[in-house]
Design a protein around this ligand. Sequence first.
Ligand code: NAD
Length: 245
Amino acid sequence: MIKTYIVTGASSGIGHQITLDLLKAGSQVGVIDVKSLPDDLKSAESEGRLIFHDGDCSNESDVKALVRKVRERWQRLDGLVNNAGFMIRKPIKDLSLEEWQKVLGTNLTSVFLFARETQTLLSKHKGSIINICSTRATQSEANTESYSATKGAILALTHSLAISLGPDIRVNCISPGWIDVRSEAEKKKEPLKRSDHEQHPVGRVGQPGDISSFVQFLFGDHSGFITGQEFVIDGGMSKKMIYEE
Ligand SMILES: NC(=O)c1ccc[n+]([C@@H]2O[C@H](COP(=O)([O-])OP(=O)(O)OC[C@H]3O[C@@H](n4cnc5c(N)ncnc54)[C@H](O)[C@@H]3O)[C@@H](O)[C@H]2O)c1
């Protein structure tokens, strides 16, 4: 039996790494993104191990379309990663209602839509949902209200879904800290500073693989007693006292 997953926002960053690692482990994956599929996922698509839906995860008909394609081709679903998300950094006085709603749609409404549309398939094989949250659910920089609001809501939605969908479906969330998701060209052009790394208790900035490896654990055979939880993966940053000297 081949394990089957859905990942939102798989064309770059954390979702891209999660998708690569699920495919490497022999799984089949359905993905949705507003950006085109990167070259390193195209071979899986031509081998029939990946379905790419070119669409918007906040759009109900796009969500239904991807879930239908997965159901028709593979008739099963073992896990869902609600990963797609973005931030608008703007003083609240300049933030339009349209911008606020766009952030809520992509980051939060998509989690509701995918959970609802996949419930029947996921419950058949005791599947699980992983929501990608953020340490910004509980800490803030100025001018990030719409993003923080969605991440705080994902934290609550995670335990709410865990209670409603259990015991058939487990639901957890991962809160990454600073994960360097830039392209190799961008990293070369502007390398991280020594202080970027050294401020972290673990001595380095995070990489997409730090999140993906935990996704593998939560989808694996040793996490069956875990649901409704938040896992903070931030190199220890949120445990530091930050009062200025
Ligand atoms: N990188 C970090 O430091 C960090 C920290 C905490 C949380 N996160 C969270 O991790 C998740 C992934 O972020 P990332 O850093 O990899 O970002 P990213 O921008 O590299 O990747 C996000 C992907 O989601 C896609 N996407 C955006 N809007 C979409 C939509 N409406 N429908 C479908 N796809 C859409 C983008 O095209 C992109 O491919 C997000 O939820 C983000 O909030 C990231």
